[in-house]
Design a protein around this ligand. Sequence first.
Ligand code: C2E
Ligand code: MG
Ligand code: MG
Ligand code: MG
Length: 279
Amino acid sequence: AAKDAGRNTFQFYNDSFYEKVQRRVTLEQELRQALARHELSLVYQPTLSLRDGRVAGIEALLRWRTTAGDSRSPAEFIPIAEECGEILAIGRWVLGEACRQAREWHEQGLVFDRIAVNVSAVQLRDSQFATDVLEICARNRWPTDRLELELTESALMRDTDVLRRAFDLFSANGICLAVDDFGTGFSNLAYLHRFPVRHLKIDRSFVQQMGEGARLRGLTQAVVSLGHALGMEVVAEGVETEAILAMLREQGCDQAQGYLFTRPLEPAALGTWLRAQAG
Ligand code: C2E
Ligand code: MG
Ligand code: MG
Ligand code: MG
């Protein structure tokens, strides 16, 4: 124990804590260089309309492969990018690259409603964010009414002037908002009618448990009803089986995304997938 080690000696960490801190510092340093080293890329996963099979959205998902060849999951590095502030630069890059790719697919005649980009609470708090979004769309010649921003519940909890101004600007420009991972955040739902949310994306943990009993199916049914009562469309994420898809249809869910249709794909592969879908 620290006490036995003698006075003035601080042994407040054990090895595993030390290793965690080390790893964290290393990750943060690597992350700060990732953009300049072109280590970031995007993969894309479509969302289908359950009404007519149309490709409603294409979600951009960030991938990071270091020059040393290691792949890192966004679930691991996004929180670190948020804490060290690097998410602002990374987020701008993601938006620009997604809009550029969407434009390219559009010019190839591929058909889809919107490109969707995940936005962190830290970006949304940045007073420059909304004008950055408009500027990035303009620069990439991508119409703002064909951009969707996926926000988390926690990002929408605080009702600030910055947020209000951002949402006014989004509304005025037809930018579509989705609440991502719906059901995993806080229980105060007041934000749902305060902000112009168009889509609720039911978290995949609920979707994947649908097969496990009537009570769990009740959860997704409740989200579908809530969304519809508020005039929103409901999207199920993480759909992996035909059985789950059938249940979602029965419940009146509007759109679905998941490995059943396709995993997230590299741009060229998604282009091929879209062509096959249309043909
Ligand atoms: P998300 O936005 O909820 O994205 C859905 C995640 O579920 C993706 O994981 C996707 O690959 C995965 N997924 C899709 N369909 C299925 C399925 O049928 N089964 C299973 N098991 N998983 C499925 P991914 O790509 O690892 O991303 C994880 C999270 O990281 C995202 O969750 C999002 O919150 C965050 N993220 C990814 N890219 C960005 C980004 O550019 N910016 C920000 N701020 N966050 C991002
Ligand atoms: Mg998302
Ligand atoms: Mg999601
Ligand atoms: Mg999710």
